[in-house]
Design a protein around this ligand. Structure first.
Ligand SMILES: [Fe+2]
Ligand SMILES: [Fe+2]
Length: 276
């Protein structure tokens, strides 16, 4: 069940004078990744082949992810009328694939898979919260707030299922930490880089992961503030079984924010050097 619909948005509230080109670039990239949620639902249906409850939840989840893509894609076409969302999505699909012919999670267990899903939803809910705060464009602000609320519900969905599996599979805190950190560091792999490439760069230019991830991250990381990172680290702590809102949490959150600022500067330098 969707919590909102594209038709209920006030598309006439769009204000072209308030579009930030850097935010537009990351929104275009995010639109195609979101729309690709259908593939992940197929993958999750294979991994949880005998769990009808979870399969139904995953199918509903994918419908919401596709709507995120459609909202962001439609907004991007208003902001850049020369850009074509369906065409960009087709180009993304022909560049980036996930392995759908599997019956086992790439994370080694179902609990591991659900931890990885929690990390993705942690990342997306904080990403859209930070974009909602960073943009002055009223329509995008509304869209990002609605999506961020969906992403937080997705986090809770996967978190609850993770606890169900944890009772059977009993993964300790360090294994959970390893899986969580592994998924977080994957954000610099091809998924986002190829999304940036296929939505922001001409096909005549050859794909270069380093250039494209720098183009994406240098823009996306700019929107984060300490309060968003406090939330991210709290959700990560909860997932791996550590107490959030503790002194350790505050300390880690400050460290992660400093790291993000430093990474943003480094990606920005690379982006300028490689022309992204
Ligand atoms: Fe999403
Ligand atoms: Fe989500």
């Amino acid at each position: 069940m969707k919590h909102w619909h594209l038709d209920q948005l006030d598309w006439d509230s769009f204000d072209p004078s308030r579009v930030d080109p850097d935010i537009l670039a990351v929104v275009k990239a995010a639109s195609v990744v979101e729309r690709n949620g259908v593939d992940y639902a197929v993958y999750l249906n294979h991994v949880f082949s005998d769990d009808a409850d979870f399969q139904e939840a995953a199918d509903n989840w994918a419908i919401e992810e596709v709507q995120h893509g459609d909202a962001l894609g439609r907004w991007s076409m208003l902001a850049d009328p020369k850009w074509d969302y369906p065409e960009a999505f087709e180009r993304y699909r022909s560049t980036f694939h996930i392995d759908l012919n599997t019956t086992h999670s790439v994370r080694g267990s179902r609990t591991g898979e659900l931890i990885a899903r929690c990390m993705v939803e942690t990342g997306t809910s904080s990403f859209y919260s930070s974009l909602a705060d960073a943009t002055d464009e009223p329509l995008l602000k509304t869209i990002c707030k609605l999506i961020a609320a969906d992403e937080y519900r997705h986090f809770k969905l996967f978190y609850d299922h993770m606890h169900r599996y944890l009772k059977r599979e009993k993964l300790g805190p360090w294994t959970r930490t390893r899986i969580a950190l592994g998924r977080i560091t994957e954000s610099e792999d091809d998924e986002l880089a190829s999304a940036f490439y296929t939505t922001n760069e001409p096909a005549s230019l050859q794909y270069d992961r380093k250039r494209c991830i720098a183009g994406y991250m240098s823009r996306a990381m700019k929107a984060y503030r300490q309060k968003h990172i406090d939330r991210v680290t709290g959700m990560v702590f909860k997932t791996i079984g550590f107490k959030p809102h503790s002194r350790l949490h505050a300390w880690v959150s400050k460290g992660v924010y400093a790291l993000i600022r430093q990474r943003q500067r480094s990606f920005a330098k690379t982006a300028i050097r490689l022309g992204a």
